[in-house]
Structures are given as structure tokens and as C-alpha cells.
Design a protein around this ligand. Structure first.
Ligand SMILES: Nc1ncnc2c1ncn2[C@@H]1O[C@H](COP(=O)(O)OP(=O)(O)OP(=O)(O)O)[C@@H](O)[C@H]1O
Length: 135
């Protein structure tokens, strides 16, 4: 499933993505600045996170609660040194907890990703719009 969208349409794209019943562990692929964090923030809103969301670039993970008491974890492994560091912060426990796990730079932890996951790839188009692919 593929969408082309700007920031104006991001909420409707996030709604469609959630309606597709993706796996709860979702890997986000895309170059720096592609819009991974922006889309994850929107997904959080769509799921019912009301508090402000920010990038977990330094903390590795941020945790949010939705109004209907679902838990959402947002990971950014860009600065991770090795997979051991991810195990030390309890990555396994998070990934198999049954909660939403949105993971940026999962390429850094190839051996820790559960088999059951979805992938969202975001690409920047020449006109500045984004192309999102869900599988
Ligand atoms: N769908 C979109 N249409 C237009 N601009 C967008 C879209 N999504 C994000 N942007 C813009 O792209 C910029 C980078 O977005 P963002 O920080 O989410 O990228 P990222 O992929 O998370 O980057 P990084 O890997 O550095 O964390 C922001 O200025 C944001 O407003």
C-alpha cells in the first residue's frame, strides 16, 4: 500500500495506516529528514496520545499512553553503538510486550527485530511531497 502526501494530508494517511491493522511493531525506514519522526508523531495522535511527543534521539525510547490506555513506545536507534546496548535497555522486553513499538533505525539491530512486524518506508519526492509504503 502506497501514499503520496504532504504535511496537510498526514493525518488522513495515518488514519488509513492504522485502519490497515499493521503489526504492532513497526519499523520505519527512510533517509535522514525523510519524515519518520513526523509520521510517528502523527500516528501517536491518531492512536489517542494527547501529550506532546518528541524525538527520542538521546533517550533511545519514549513512552506514551493513549486515552484508551494503550502504550506506545517510540525508539530511535540512530546513535546506538551495538546491539548489546539495545538489549541492556530492555529492547527485547519492549518488542515482545504486545504494545505499539515504532522503531527508527532498526537497521542497527537486525538480530533483535521480532519476525512479526510491519515496515513503513518514507521517501522524499522531487517536489517535497513524501511517498510512504506500508508492508
Ligand atoms: N509528509 C511531509 N510532507 C512535507 N514535509 C514533511 C513531511 N513529513 C515531514 N516533513 C518535514 O521534513 C522534515 C524532517 O522530518 P523528520 O524530522 O520527521 O525526519 P526523520 O526522517 O525523522 O529524520 P531523522 O532521521 O533525522 O530523525 C521536517 O521539517 C518535517 O516538517
Amino acid at each position: 500500500m502506497e501514499f503520496i502526501f504532504s504535511l496537510e494530508d498526514i493525518a488522513s494517511v495515518a488514519e488509513i495506516v492504522v485502519a490497515q491493522n499493521p503489526k504492532k511493531v513497526i519499523l520505519f525506514h527512510g533517509e535522514m529528514g525523510a519524515g519518520k519522526t513526523t509520521f510517528i508523531k502523527q500516528l501517536c495522535k491518531t492512536l489517542g496520545v494527547t501529550e506532546a511527543t518528541s524525538s527520542p534521539t538521546f533517550s533511545l525510547v519514549n513512552e506514551y499512553e493513549t486515552t484508551d490506555h494503550q502504550t506506545v513506545y517510540h525508539f530511535d536507534f540512530y546513535r546506538l553503538k551495538n546491539e548489546t546496548e539495545a538489549l541492556d535497555m530492555g529492547a527485547d522486553d519492549y518488542f515482545y510486550s504486545g504494545n505499539w513499538c515504532f522503531i527508527e533505525w532498526a537497521e542497527q539491530i537486525p538480530n533483535l527485530i521480532p519476525d512479526e512486524h510491519s515496515v513503513i518506508t518514507i521517501e522524499v519526492l522531487a517536489d517535497g511531497n513524501r511517498k510512504l509504503h506500508l508492508n
